[in-house]
Design a protein around this ligand. Structure first.
Ligand code: HEC
Ligand code: HEC
Length: 882
């Protein structure tokens, strides 16, 4: 049988998302696949063996009573030696003699499995008979002992020696020949390898190229004309370093880099799954948390603690009041709520619950461990020393919050943004408000009733006293509810009398005034009701988690051994013990997990993150498979550099900004991207980094830059997401207004639809998460750039800005080039743009050329410049950063 999830090359890149669709097919076939295989095998063939032929039958039909947790009649059927030992009634088989074997006898007589279960079919019975008859063979001479049977739990010392599973050790910075090119230790590590091959760095990029590079890299936006001038005018030493510090301190830095992290976290504003794709109204708070955390340079270790266990970092439930810090930490656990979640009221089937947990495990595995832990869900990992037991032990860390047996559906699963005390106070306060509202409503009813009575008495004064009550009762009934007698009474004595509110108000103006006053009071009270924000976050339900089991073959109907919460054994030193400290209504497991993730002996966290930053700055990870540091991943191109960065990260107190600064101030980063045939002959893929690698803009950067060029980018930060609309032509756009002109990070992330421009430029639709985006180059990109109404609009507005910049076309060309490319135009460009403008205007005005009014001339110029602007936006130079 083929693995439903084993599609190695695609697994690490997003955008190719057929994987998820297979996952549950896989599970569905797991439980019955093996027996079928057995059934299909030619039964008469040579000796059957226990592991391949017998276990599948016993596992499916007998283990639940004779193996795993229970041993009915003390009989354990999981090994041949335990079968020989037998149960309360003695050995279950006699090898070679089926007829004398109780096991065979009982299945043949349909005594086992017990009557309430389906009997074994003929083929299965025959397999067992033949196996016993042939001497009850096992595959090897020695059967594995029982303790390890369930999940191969042992990690041998050799497994721990793989480089990625050992904590990084700080290497010494190598000495190099071209010492003048060493600006940071990074350069020394890279140069050492380059020099081995007789290579060196390219010369530094020119200041404008570098300026453009670092602006896009750190803020996702192009420099403005003023910013270009300011940088070029700064001739004091350290100008570039000052620029970098300024960019890292700008709010745009957080917006740019939060997007990278949200890819890792798998952030979305919707729950996913087919058409429904329900919205997650509160998800954006987590997105804002990430932006703020990055802008404040929250140390990465704390960033992890908060996202993995923010609710366990303080005793917020019992605190006097929720401090801003507690609130922040609760919001941070939104990280654990990003997995798509199709469970809603009335729909909480087990497969979906388990899928939410499986996806969350995958996100954690790729974000912090750099390992495909998800592959150990159905079978122990085929290429890494991660057992199924490891998988379910790690899964157990989350079992007090994500528990399929006590499932809370997506929208109801929420953490109140208030302490228990505050919640009680608010509940009491709201109860008082509700009581006052009830009183006010009662008062209204009382006023109306009293006046209705008065009204009817006035109207019915002439009716004989003995009939009066009957007539009154009849009038108060709706016409179609009246009996024939009542109808007659009304016709005879009260024709035309209607006692509805409108008639009463007409009759008693003072009543109308009073009711309006009371209604006003109700509205005022209603406005006082206080709602508690319900965060899309995760918290333990209590400190009594359900028992955790290994799920055989990932099948929740096939529970195996119970397991304790723990971290993957191979990533922890042999003497490490996972020891959570339970707190109030919380197991402390996630906190212990977070502490382990940031422990100095933990091998993956710092490496994985440093490699991630590196991949964004340099266009390719030191470890190319950024989400897979295991045996199936590639080997790092510069392992010492990776370890140096990982240890430096910790030495810098996990400051991400410090590490960005280190990377972007290196010579490696500042060198030109110029091609060099001689160097390329030695290192054609530029693995050694002898030149800066040009990078294609992400969809978000393109959109934001175009808004910036048009001068329309709305800098408003934070808050609920900007909506999108689908056009008649199928394209998805934001509105052409102020909210619609906010940065892309604030645009709603739906799994079912996405801005067309972003989609064309590889912004992933979140299936699970996206540790690494594709960088496809396809025709739809050019088509989108040329035909998109969005780009059309931005080009026109950009053209208007160019026209306003100067009255002289040459100065305008300067301005346009500077804005779009951060450089001056070349002589040839000047000439060709100038010629185009002239001939276009001529063509446009035709025979009116001499007589055109200033308005007509301006319109022609505008049209010409709109074409130029559109063309500039369509160049490779605009799409790439050098
Ligand atoms: C639903 C639970 C259940 C399942 C499933 C089940 N058994 Fe049993 N089995 C029992 C119980 C209870 C006993 C003891 C009472 C009895 O003998 O009926 C037992 C007893 C036995 C014994 C006698 C053990 C002794 O030493 O007394 C054998 C042999 C046996 N089972 C074989 C099987 C085989 C083979 C299967 C699968 C094809 C199977 N059982 C499936 C519940 C189960
Ligand atoms: C949904 C359950 C499930 C998950 C998750 C899963 N597998 Fe499998 N895998 C299977 C089944 C079933 C088989 C076939 C039976 C067996 O060999 O145990 C299998 C077999 C394999 C095999 C051997 C046979 C083959 O197809 O070459 C490899 C290798 C493998 N899986 C790798 C992986 C990797 C890598 C991952 C993670 C990306 C993964 N598996 C995740 C269910 C799963």
């Amino acid at each position: 049988m083929k693995c439903p999830l084993f599609r190695r090359p695609a697994a690490s890149i997003c955008g190719l998302t057929f994987l998820a669709a297979f996952a549950w097919d896989g599970v569905a076939t797991l439980a019955d696949e093996k027996p079928q295989t057995v059934a299909a095998a030619p039964v008469g063939a040579t000796a059957l063996n226990f592991e391949d032929d017998v276990v599948p039958i016993l596992q499916a039909r007998c283990f639940k009573c004779h193996g795993d947790e229970t041993r009915k009649a003390s009989l354990d059927l999981r090994r041949k030696f335990t079968i020989l030992k037998g149960g309360d009634g003695g050995p279950a088989i006699v090898p070679g003699k089926p007829e004398e074997s109780p096991l065979y006898e009982m299945i043949q007589k349909r005594e086992m499995p017990p009557k309430e279960e389906d009997p074994l079919d003929k083929t299965q019975i025959e397999v067992l008979r033949r196996w016993i008859a042939a001497g009850a063979q096992t595959k090897g001479a020695v059967e594995p002992p029982l303790e390890v049977a369930d999940a191969e739990e042992t990690v041998n010392p050799e497994d721990r020696k793989f480089w990625a599973f050992l904590p990084p050790v700080r290497p010494t910075v190598p000495a190099v020949k071209a010492a003048d090119r060493v600006r940071t230790p990074i350069d020394a590590f890279l140069l050492a390898k380059l020099e081995e091959k007789g290579l060196g760095f390219n010369p530094d990029a020119n200041p404008r190229t570098l300026l453009r590079r670092v602006y896009f890299d750190l803020t996702g936006l192009p420099p403005t004309a003023g910013q270009i001038d300011a940088f070029l005018a700064d001739n004091r030493p350290g100008a570039y370093e000052r620029l970098v510090d300024g960019l890292l301190a700008s709010p745009q830095y957080g917006e740019r880099w939060a997007r990278h992290w949200l890819d890792v976290a798998g952030y979305a504003d919707s729950d996913g799954y087919l058409e429904a794709d329900r919205l997650r109204p509160e998800a954006w708070r987590y997105r804002d948390y990430v932006i703020r955390a990055l802008n404040n340079d929250k140390p990465y270790d704390q960033f992890i603690r908060e996202q993995v266990a923010g609710d366990e970092l303080s005793d917020w439930r019992r605190a006097e009041e929720l401090t801003p810090e507690m609130a922040e930490q609760l919001i941070a656990t939104g990280f654990l709520r990003t997995a798509s979640d199709p469970t809603y009221g009335g729909y909480r089937d087990k497969p979906e619950c388990y899928k939410v947990m499986a996806d969350t495990m995958q996100i954690i595995g790729s974000a912090f461990l750099g390992l495909t832990v998800q592959c150990a869900r159905c079978h122990s990992h085929k290429s890494e020393p991660i057992s199924q037991r490891d998988y379910y032990q790690m899964n157990a860390i989350f079992l007090a919050s994500y528990d399929p047996d006590r499932w809370v559906v997506s929208l109801e699963r929420a953490v109140p943004l208030a302490t228990e005390g505050q919640q009680a106070k608010i509940a009491a306060y709201n109860a008082a408000v509700t009581a006052r509202i009830a009183t006010l409503n009662a008062e209204q009813t009382e006023w109306i009733n009293r006046h209705r009575d008065k009204f009817l008495n006035e109207k019915l004064a002439a009716v004989p006293a003995d009939l009066r009550d009957k007539v009154k009762a009849a009038v108060l009934l709706a016409a179609d509810k009246r009996s024939d007698e009542q109808k007659q009474l009304v016709t005879a004595h009260a024709a035309g009398v209607v006692a509805d509110d409108a008639s009463l108000f007409n009759h008693f103006p003072e009543l109308k005034a009073e009711i309006d006053k009371l209604k006003g009071a109700v509205a005022a009270e209603t406005a006082l009701v206080r709602n508690i924000v319900q965060l899309r976050s995760l918290a333990d339900m209590d400190d009594k988690p359900s028992a955790a089991h290994v799920l055989r073959r990932g099948d929740f109907n096939n529970k195996g051994k119970t397991v304790e919460a723990a971290v993957p054994a191979v990533l922890a030193p042999a003497d490490y013990k996972f020891q959570p400290q339970p707190g109030y209504k919380s197991t402390g497991r996630r906190k212990a997990f977070a502490e382990w993730l940031v422990d100095s002996r933990q091998p993956t966290t710092a490496r994985v993150h440093m490699n991630r930053l590196w991949a964004h700055h340099f266009g390719r990870g030191i470890m190319e498979t950024v989400d897979d540091f295991g045996h199936t991943g590639k080997f790092p191109s510069h392992p010492e550099l990776l370890d140096w960065l990982a240890t430096e990260f910790v030495a810098q107190h996990w400051s991400q900004k410090a590490m960005h600064r280190l990377m972007v101030t290196s010579t490696a980063y500042r060198q030109s991207s110029g091609h060099d045939a001689a160097k390329a002959a030695v290192d054609p893929e530029n693995l050694l980094l002898w030149a800066k690698r040009p990078q294609r803009h992400a969809g978000e950067v393109l959109r934001d830059s175009m808004l910036a060029l048009a001068g329309k980018l709305n800098p408003q930060m934070f808050g609920p997401p900007v909506p999108v609309t689908r056009q008649a032509d199928g394209s998805v756009i934001t509105a052409d207004d102020a909210p619609g002109s906010r940065r892309s990070i604030y645009v709603i992330v739906r799994r079912s639809e996405q801005l067309t421009l972003l989609e064309a430029f590889d912004t992933p639709r979140m299936e699970i998460n996206c540790p690494r985006r594709t960088e496809a180059i396809v025709a739809t990109q050019a088509l989108t750039m040329m035909n998109s109404p969005f780009i059309d609009v931005q080009a026109r507005i950009f053209a208007d800005r160019i026209l306003q910049a100067s009255a002289d076309n040459q100065a305008r060309i300067d301005f346009a080039c500077n804005q779009a490319f951060t450089r001056e135009p070349g002589a040839a460009e000047r000439k060709s743009i100038g010629d185009f403008l002239e001939s276009f205007v001529k063509l446009q005005l035709a025979d009116k050329l001499a007589t055109a009014t200033p308005d007509e001339r301006r319109a022609a110029e505008q049209a010409a410049w709109a074409h130029v602007a559109q063309t500039l936006l369509n160049t490779n130079e605009f799409l790439y950063v050098d």
